[in-house]
Write a protein that binds this ligand. Structure first.
Ligand code: TXA
Ligand code: MG
Length: 331
């Protein structure tokens, strides 16, 4: 992604319209929320979502939060439980993210949800952020607008210092009033569970819906998945078929995940990027794993063989995800 100058757009009607046009064209726009600035892309555009990870320099693909203009729009991508409806009525727009089952009809790119059957959704408080999602008429996928390993930005100047020159524009709605990421509540299990403590206090959540499960430690609250071994990571999609890495040959009993020119002889092949483009490969990774897993299982193939992917740029995150997919399972 070669972006020369990053425009700072005022959060007025003209600025919002311009930001929405950029997002619709697959570009990256940082925007202010009440918590921290988000690095936004059209959530339904897998290539644009891949560009988020490239701009952040993230070595792994975290699932991203989808931002909506209102609760009704969010419910078109996820199935709200009765508790979700109650929380949304009480706290949206506001600093609460809900993890819910993804609808089969959702057009959100698989990469945005890291291939999971669930999606994290929220309705941000600032009118400009909601107007942006409304103008785009699609969800905005957005992690915090900082390079990987840096602290979350709470002003346009922070975003500029971290990502200036790497993104197209910043919609500047002023300093973020909460200044702390949203609280994330998982509503997909038997009991609501807090995955990340955040801008909405747990006491407020519990006053609304009763006791919720808490993260075991603050470290886990901040990085819910990194402390668990890959086989236990509930929030990572794992194929049913075993995965063999760094394949330099393949046979008819295997489903091939190809990068660059595909190896001959596989029982089934999915091409991540025939030209060897890492952004294209990232945008197709979860789709590829799912297709090979489902179709390969149907055809009685024994495993997925993944061709080597270079470890530069997004290749690092692709390799991280493949290594997790190939790790021994505990179940
Ligand atoms: O306040 C916020 O939440 C900000 C603003 C921009 O909205 N966003 C933010 O995004 O903090 P990020 O990417 O830095 O953190 C998102 C967290 C990650 O820890 C991710 O693992 C979790 O949300 N997450 C997203 N989708 C999930 C899912 N389907 N299941 C479990 N966790 C999920
Ligand atoms: Mg972050």
């Amino acid at each position: 992604m070669s972006v020369s100058a990053t425009d700072i757009l005022p959060a007025d009607a003209a600025g919002i319209a311009r930001a929405a046009r950029l997002l619709a064209a697959g570009r990256l726009v940082a925007f202010g929320t009440e918590t921290v600035f988000g690095l936004g892309a059209d959530a339904t555009n897998a290539t644009a979502v891949a560009a988020i990870f490239a701009a952040k320099g993230r070595p792994h693909f975290n699932p991203l939060i989808c931002h909506y203009a209102d609760a009704e729009s969010a419910w078109s991508d996820v199935v709200p439980s009765e508790i979700a409806l109650r929380l949304a009525a009480a706290f949206w727009p506001g600093p609460l993210t809900l993890v819910l089952p993804r609808r089969a009809t959702s057009h959100v790119a698989l990469l945005a949800g890291a291939g999971l059957d669930t999606l994290a959704v929220r309705v941000p408080q600032p009118a400009s952020a909601r107007a942006l999602a409304a103008a785009l008429a699609r969800p905005i996928a957005a992690p915090s607008a900082n390079r990987s390993g840096q602290v979350s930005p709470t002003s346009a100047a922070h975003v500029m210092a971290s990502l200036g020159g790497r993104i197209d524009a910043i919609l500047d709605s002023g300093a973020c009033p909460v200044g702390l990421e949203s609280a994330i509540l998982d509503l997909t299990g038997g009991h609501p569970a807090l995955l990340r403590a955040g801008g909405l206090p747990i006491e407020a959540i519990e006053a609304c819906i009763g006791p919720v499960g808490r993260p075991i430690s603050q470290a886990q609250a901040e990085a819910p998945r990194t402390l668990r071994s890959p086989g236990l990571m509930v929030s990572h999609y794992a194929p049913d078929l075993p995965v063999r890495l760094a394949a330099h040959h393949v046979d008819a009993s295997e489903a091939l995940l190809a990068f660059g020119p595909a190896l001959p002889g596989a029982g089934l092949t999915f091409e991540l990027s025939p030209a060897g483009d890492l952004t294209q490969a990232a945008s197709r990774l979860f789709e590829g794993l799912r297709q090979l897993d489902e179709e390969g299982t149907r055809r009685g193939l024994v495993r997925i063989a993944a061709m080597p992917v270079p470890t530069r740029g997004l290749g690092l995150a692709i390799n991280d995800r493949l290594a997790r997919a190939a790790a021994p399972r505990s179940t």
